[in-house]
Design a protein around this ligand. Sequence first.
Ligand code: ADE
Length: 225
Amino acid sequence: MKITILTLFPQMFSALEHSIIKRGTDAGKLKIEVINFRDFATNKHNRVDDTPYGGGSGMVIMAEPIVNAIESIDLNHNAHRVYMTPAAPVLTQKRVTEIASGGKDLIILCGHYEGIDQRAIDLCIDEVISIGDYVLTGGEIPAMVLVDAVARYLPGVITEGSLDNESFSTNFLEHPQYTKPREFRGLTIPDVLVSGNHAQIEKWKQEQSLETTKKHRLDLINQDG
Ligand code: ADE
C-alpha cells in the first residue's frame, strides 16, 4: 500500500521513521510519502488560509491548494481519500482492518487551524475520520495514528500471530501479560501461567480478558460486531 499524507507540517512525520513502521517501509511492505500542500498554493506568498466566511475566530484552509495537491497525485481517483477531523465518526479496529484490506492506496489529508474549506472535502474526500472525542491542534497526530493502525494489518509488517487475541480483535480487551522475573518487588505472577496446563492457561486468559473489559470498557460487551 502507498500512503500519501498531505500536511503543512511534513517534519512531524519523522515519527514514522522508527520501529515497526520503518521496518515495514524498508522491506517494501508499505510506502509513505509526505507532501506539503503549501507547495500547491497559487498566490504570491504561498498563502493557504484565509478568514472564515460568516465570521468567527481563526483561519480556514482554502480549497484550492488541497484540490490541486490531490489532483496532482490522484487525478483518476484510484486512492481512498481520508480527511482527519474531530467532526467525524471515531476510528475503530474494524474500520482499520477494512481500510488495510481494501486494496486501495491511501491519501490522508491533515487539517490545521479552524479547518478546511468544505468544498475541498466535498470535491475530493471519501471518508472523514476522528481518532477520539477530543480536539487536537491538527490532523497530523491523528494521521500518524491511522497510518500506524493500518500498517500493522498489511501483510508482512508484523508477525502474523501478534494480531490474534489482541484488544478489539474480538469485543474484549486483552488479558494482562507477564515476563521474567517470576517475582518482582514482592509481586508474583499467576501460578497458572507456569502450570504447563494449556487448557487452564487459555481459560485464565479468557477470564482475565472478560474482567479487564468489564472494568474498563463495559460498553464493548453489549456492542455488535
Ligand atoms: N484533528 C483535531 N482533532 C482531531 C481528532 N480528534 N481526530 C482527527 N483529527 C483531528
